[in-house]
Design a protein around this ligand. Structure first.
Ligand code: FE
Length: 337
């Protein structure tokens, strides 16, 4: 099948015919924006001659793969957040991948021990602190966010957002459910307003004087700086990398998984290995102000300027497993209420 037709089939939704495996192609389903993947898919094609077809999805990845079943043209899925990656795995839609190249390039914390998902870049969930109203060293740990000294000073998005659920999962991993519940109640008592908006909206609220610190992902600093209106918000805060009291900074990933039905398995593995190379990780990370994970790779200058920190080395699978408990606790304290 000509690649243009194949792309049309993918873009049109569910493939109704069984697609023959074509040796020189690989098909991606991606929740990630086209501009993030394009530099890499182009470089991959240039190096290998393998054509890359990408279907960009806003939602419904699991449902689509389920509907397509064995006839799915998808070889690889791309998404952010361990819970979204794990949702595809738990639905039985992926296959384990073993590769010495992947194992060498991707630290143990950032891939499934069984090889069903592999992280390519990371982001930390950090504190944005008002330059004017928060002193250096005033906040150093996640646990500290429950301290009454922050009363009416914290802004955060909904507790049930995937980023916050992963953070709460990490808190459970380190301290257990009981202590995490107490922590959530403490943080809730410190909120300046009900959880609302996205991570950037919290920084805007600091800029507007509504709160003094917020919780957000690192790359939003870069995103805000490139936006004329939001640059002001970004300039009103500095990044603080909190750690857990007994561990490092909370990390999450963007990652890739090979589908169970992958028709171009060999090409898909080649692409995964290509993407895991330090150079490819650096390009992928730089496009969204994230951190490459390969030994010896470096983040972009701007990202580096936010400072050094110790990442939590908990395997993200541990956090994925705790997601139900985390959600339950967030709801039981009526965090958003
Ligand atoms: Fe995000």
């Amino acid at each position: 099948m000509p690649s243009t037709l194949r792309t049309a089939v993918m873009a049109g939704g569910i493939a109704l015919i069984s697609l023959p495996a074509i040796a020189e192609e690989v098909n991606l389903y991606s929740y990630r924006q086209p501009e993030l993947l394009a530099p890499l898919t182009e470089a991959f094609t240039e190096e290998t001659g393998i054509k890359v077809n990408v279907a960009h999805l806003d939602k419904g990845m699991v449902e689509r793969l389920q509907a397509e079943g064995d006839r799915s043209p998808a070889d690889l899925v791309f998404t952010v957040d361990i819970s979204r990656l794990n949702a595809v795995v738990e639905a039985g839609l992926t296959q384990p991948v073993t590769s010495d190249v992947l194992t060498a390039n991707i630290p143990a914390a950032y891939h499934d021990p069984d090889g069903h998902w592999w992280g390519l870049t990371t982001r930390s969930r950090i504190v944005y602190a008002s330059k004017d109203r928060v002193a250096d060293g005033e906040v150093t740990t996640y646990e500290d966010l429950a301290d009454p000294k922050w009363k009416d000073r914290i802004c955060i998005r909904s507790g049930t957002n995937a980023y916050n659920v992963a953070l709460v999962s990490a808190m459970i991993h380190h301290h257990g459910e009981e202590a995490t519940k107490t922590w959530l109640e403490g943080v809730k008592a410190n909120l300046a307003r009900k959880p609302q908006g996205n991570d950037r909206a919290q920084v805007k609220a600091i800029w507007a004087g509504e709160c003094d610190i917020s919780v957000g992902n690192t790359y939003y600093m870069g995103k805000m700086l490139e936006d004329e209106e939001q640059k002001e918000w970004a300039d009103s805060v500095r990044i603080v990398f909190p750690t857990f009291e007994n561990a490092g900074a909370h990390m999450n990933i963007s990652g890739v998984a090979m589908t169970k039905a992958a028709p171009n398995k060999e090409n898909a593995l080649k692409m995964m290995e290509f993407l895991s190379s330090p150079k490819a990780q650096e390009i992928y990370a730089e496009a969204n102000y994230e951190y490459p994970v390969a030994p010896g790779s470096e983040p972009a200058e701007l990202v580096k300027s936010w400072g050094d920190f110790t990442p939590d080395d908990t395997n993200l699978m541990e956090l994925a497993k705790l997601r139900p408990q985390a959600l339950q606790l967030i709801q039981s304290v009526d965090f958003d209420g």
